[in-house]
Write a protein that binds this ligand. Structure first.
Ligand SMILES: *Cc1c(COP(=O)(O)O)cnc(C)c1O
Length: 427
């Protein structure tokens, strides 16, 4: 890139990538290899000892994956990134790096249903406790913090409710208590919100959604903001204590403002193993090239659909922060002026049965458990993504029994609205 300060759309196409040095291939190749030949024994020893950076084995790093990491780090404004097999794997590695058995973290109550499960169930087996707080009330996070708390976790734009969070206010609570703020930016993508600019320390994504954008590959990523002092409190021994398996290296000392990404790779990914497939890294990279175009179209279409639904007499309510009347509208215009995203919920009159009939009568929409595809998608969260939760948890997560969730695609808006119109007419 010739410009010293390229814009977002330029970074989305170019960041991290160069023509292949041996073949001249312009597109980043799919390095479909498990391992890499060492130059000699000294080279191998230097790589294994973290004395020199380079490819050893694709569980730990891969050249296609490396371009993806550099690109997302650039889009988020971070120092480094680590791409892994899924969004959930990214979350697991983040907490593996900051938590010891008996530690806890405070998370927003309004999260993707899978994250509520992961935090409340699987993490319990590691001895990590989650404490829930109200994302609309920053002080409720402070109330849950004690001397075993190691971090705060929120979504910038919560799935499925489509509500924006005051990231800066929660970052202020985190900073006051010496804790890192981890933000899941999946629903907004860095095109709409860059959490590091609002005080977050770490960003995680499900690349499966808007970044990949085409519903064809799973992936996750951890972006290191380079902002947090991992040595100050002594509470993050993975980063601040000598690592016996790497000849006593102290990761924070050696790697400074990208030590967190390194720790997630050389401790978490190495030992827990959720590596991203090179083919998936390639597909997601290709998807990211059009992120700004797709995301704007997603938002513009969603605004049209939400406005239309809000005037329909069979719809009880529409929860879309882009609408002037929405209680979340002020936070949306402050944090995400380009649009309110494409995932939102509404309530259909007649509740559960009417919701099922609506879903059953659609032909353009796909009924499935995903978001952020080019296609328009619909789901009834209470019977699917949030089904494992109690009704109380469902309501708290914005996924009560009458709620229908849409992920609006990039098709012609007239066709998206037409499909909803014909199905609603038959209820
Ligand atoms: C889908 C999703 C995840 C989990 O990502 P996977 O790639 O499915 O593991 C995490 N957070 C949010 C907000 C999501 O939408």
């Amino acid at each position: 890139m010739s410009s010293n300060n390229p814009g977002f759309a330029t970074l989305a196409v170019h960041a991290g990538a160069q023509p292949d040095p041996t073949t001249g291939a312009r597109i980043t190749p799919i390095y479909q290899t498990t391992a890499y030949v060492f130059q000699d024994s000294d080279h191998a020893a230097a790589l294994f000892g973290l004395k020199q950076f380079g490819n050893i084995y694709t569980r730990i790093m891969n050249p296609t994956q490396a371009v993806l990491e550099e690109r997302v780090a650039a889009l988020e404004g971070g120092t480094a990134a680590l791409a892994v097999a899924s969004g959930h794997a990214a979350q697991m590695l983040v907490f593996h790096t900051i938590m010891q058995p008996g530690d806890n973290f405070v998370a927003a109550r309004k999260l993707y249903g899978g994250s509520i499960n992961q935090f409340g169930h699987a993490f319990k087996n590691f001895g990590w406790q989650v404490r829930w707080a109200d994302p609309a009330d920053p002080e409720s996070f402070a109330a849950e913090i004690d001397d075993k708390t190691r971090g705060i976790f929120i979504e910038s734009l919560a799935n499925p409710g489509g509500t924006f969070v005051d990231i800066a206010a929660i970052a202020a609570v985190a900073r006051k208590h010496g804790l890192p703020l981890i933000v899941d930016n999946t629903m907004a993508s860095p095109y709409l919100i860059r959490p590091l600019e609002h005080g977050a320390d770490i960003v995680v994504h499900s690349l499966t959604k808007f970044l990949g954008g085409h519903g064809n590959s799973m992936g996750g990523i951890i972006v290191d903001g380079g902002t947090f002092d991992w040595s100050k409190s002594g509470n993050y021994p993975m980063l601040s204590s000598p690592r016996p398996e790497y000849g006593g290296v102290v990761l924070h000392q050696t790697f400074g403002n990208f030590a967190f990404a390194i720790a997630c790779r050389v401790l978490g990914l190495r030992d827990l193993g959720p590596a991203i497939a090179p083919m998936n890294a390639f597909l997601i990279l290709t998807g990211i090239e059009t992120l700004p175009l797709r995301m704007q179209r997603h938002c513009d279409n969603a605004m049209k659909v939400a406005t239309w639904l809000s005037k329909h007499d069979k719809i009880a309510w529409v929860n879309y922060a882009g609408l002037d009347s929405d209680p979340n509208h002020a936070l949306q215009t402050r944090y995400s002026p380009k649009g309110a995203g494409s995932v939102f919920t509404f309530g259909i009159k007649g509740g559960l049965e009417a919701g099922k009939a609506l879903v059953g009568g659609l032909t353009l929409f796909s009924h499935l458990a995903n978001i952020g595809d080019t296609r328009s998608l619909i789901i009834h969260p209470a019977s699917t993504t949030h089904a494992q939760l109690t009704e109380e948890q469902q309501i708290a997560a914005g996924a009560g029994p009458d709620v229908v969730r849409l992920s609006i695609g990039i098709e012609d808006p007239e066709d998206i609205i037409g499909d909803l119109e014909q199905s609603l007419a038959r209820i």
